[in-house]
Design a protein around this ligand. Structure first.
Ligand code: PEP
Ligand code: MG
Length: 564
């Protein structure tokens, strides 16, 4: 049996589909028969075009448009002509292709206008596709996974998840990643059982093997014997039954055992997820991660495209709250076409609000789109990765400027739109008293707050023993943030993964959290859990918990706590 970290509950049973990354490296050679090499290049052009056309006919409208752009690049007579000239001079097809494409990439990347810069990403994609064909690499695509597949991959990226057809994928096994990595969060939203940090998965599992993965315990069984198979089939049935029992909490308000009401909302990444929030009985959206709109594309979405997306979510939610977080790129969320430089320390680097306050054109466009959507629902704006007051002031100033513009243009928006911040850095938690005076609400991002407080990367297995929201330092950050918000009389939610952890519930109730924002499938389970706590009992647990000097003793107290 293999063992990893269970990151998305449920039992997956199916046939392994290995997604392996292939290196596009090659050794350049000098060509003695240029004509044959030119023919090899032309064959590769034809094959790449055929692949792009096939993708275009099976894709949605937007993807089809992108593929059309790729096809026109593949066929571009200037590009192909120049590549053939280089081959004629004795260079092999691979290096000729790379040289010309790299030249275009650097020209396009240096352009002033966004559109031209985005063409660089298209050239990059086309280059990679043609190199794969020339090198004879036959890649298995995640989007082609047949029904009942268990995906086995080294690293599952958010863009891979975007390609997954949920109905075909029974489970996911990745060699890296952790509970709070973005792909794990997305797997939970899709309710696909997933296990990450499984050492040597790609070595131990062969394509086509029958595999079981338990997304709760992290167990992975390859080629199970009949008794194991039956055991897990029964486990899967129990999981489904337990889920059905939670249905009694559907349509009920979220209240503690002694009658305090809480807001129980969802985290989403796409406008359509708002429907999932409603389906799962979420009371709104506490975090719309807008970066996924950007990651799904090969160029920056326009103001109208963003407006349509935000408006769509607002209309689905009707008068339920919708908190839209402005672009939070960087860290593990890469957007290749933005051309961000590689950094030694990306989690501490040029990301999120820092990027937006520098590239104001992009930020203004997003703020205008959100403001316009605010005319259609109960929309708020939230800034990520705040570390100091200046960032909040600068962001709010831009919101006001965009409001002025829209007023002048006679475009409707919500004049009283609320502007809040994520408290997800140690700096923000420490100055939460000051930030509370500048913000309409807080939302605590424990995924990052844990990482920044404990100085450890959420995706790095070697420091995973430190990465815990249960560390006294992180708990104090959370308590302080909630207390500062209460003092200033502003609402304070939590949208990090800890919001759904039943073991955190008594502490959060005791500290005075007002809103829990979780993945849609967690709504009913958390409502049930909140209903089991009184303030008095939650205070007792919290008092004991906050006396602890280490995390480990705290685990014992939690184990003994009522209701677990
Ligand atoms: C967080 O950091 O807790 C959070 C909700 O933001 P993200 O996971 O998108 O970084
Ligand atoms: Mg965060």
């Amino acid at each position: 049996m293999l063992k990893g970290t269970g990151v998305s509950a449920g039992i997956g049973i199916g046939k392994a589909l290995l997604i392996e990354e292939h290196s596009l490296e090659y050794t350049p050679v000098t060509i003695t028969e240029p004509q044959a090499e030119i023919q090899r290049f032309r064959d590769a052009v034809a094959a790449t075009k055929k692949q792009a056309e096939a993708l275009r006919s099976s894709a949605g409208e937007k993807e089809a448009e992108i593929m059309l752009g790729h096809i026109s690049l593949i066929e571009d007579p200037f590009l192909t002509g120049e590549i053939e000239k280089l081959i004629g001079g004795g260079q092999c097809a691979e290096s000729s292709l790379e040289q010309m494409c790299d030249m275009f990439i650097s020209i396009f990347s240096a352009a002033d206008d966004d559109l031209t810069r985005q063409r660089a990403a298209d050239v990059r994609d086309v280059k990679a596709g043609m190199l794969s064909v020339l090198l004879g690499i036959d890649e298995v695509k995640i989007s082609d996974a047949p029904e009942g597949s268990i995906i086995v991959v080294k690293e599952l990226t958010p863009s891979m998840i975007a390609e997954i057809k949920k109905e075909n994928v029974a489970g996911i096994i990745a060699e890296t990643g952790s509970t709070t990595s973005h792909s794990a969060i997305l797997a939970r939203v899709l309710e696909i059982p997933a296990v990450m940090s499984v050492d040597g998965a790609l070595m131990s599992i062969m394509g086509g093997d029958t595999v079981i993965c338990d997304g709760k315990t992290g167990e992975v069984i390859v080629s199970p014997v009949e008794s194991e198979l039956n055991e897990y089939i029964a486990k899967r049935e129990r999981f489904v039954k337990e889920k059905a029992e939670l249905e009694q909490y559907r349509g009920k308000p979220t209240v503690s055992a002694d009658g305090t009401k809480y807001e129980l909302v969802c985290n989403i990444g796409k406008p359509d997820d708002a429907a999932k929030a409603v389906e799962n009985d979420g009371e709104g959206v506490g975090l719309f991660r807008t970066e996924f709109l950007f990651m799904d594309k090969t160029s920056v979405p326009t103001e109208d495209e963003q407006f349509d997306a935000y408006k769509k979510a607002a209309l689905i939610l009707k008068d339920r709250p919708l908190i839209i977080r402005t672009l939070d790129i960087g860290g593990d969320k890469e957007i290749p076409y933005l051309g961000l430089e590689k950094e030694d320390n990306p989690f501490m680097g040029f990301r999120a609000i820092r990027y937006c306050l520098k590239y104001r054109g992009l930020f203004r466009t997003q703020l205008r789109a959100i403001l316009r959507a605010s005319a259609y629902g109960n929309v708020s704006i939230m800034f990520p990765l705040i570390t100091c007051v200046e960032e909040v002031r600068a962001g709010r100033l831009l919101v006001e400027e965009m409001k002025d513009e829209l007023r002048e243009e006679g475009i409707a928006f919500d004049e009283n739109i609320k502007v809040g911040i994520m408290v997800e850095t140690a700096a923000a938690a420490v100055i939460a008293d000051v930030l509370a005076k500048e913000s309409d609400f807080f939302s605590i991002g424990t995924n990052d707050l844990t990482g920044y407080t404990m100085a450890c990367d959420r995706g790095n297995g070697n420091v995973a023993y430190l990465y815990s929201v249960m560390q006294p330092s992180v708990l104090r950050m959370i308590r302080r943030t909630i207390e500062c918000a209460a003092k200033e009389g502003i609402p304070v939610g939590m949208c990090g993964e800890a919001a759904a952890d039943p073991l955190m519930t008594p502490l959060l109730i005791s500290f005075g959290l007002t809103e829990f924002s979780v993945s849609a499938p967690s709504v009913l389970r958390l409502r049930k859990n909140i209903a089991s706590w009184t303030k008095e009992r939650a205070d007792e647990v919290a008092t004991e918990a906050m006396k602890l000097e280490t995390r480990y003793y705290f685990l014992e107290v939690r184990g003994a706590a009522e209701g677990f």
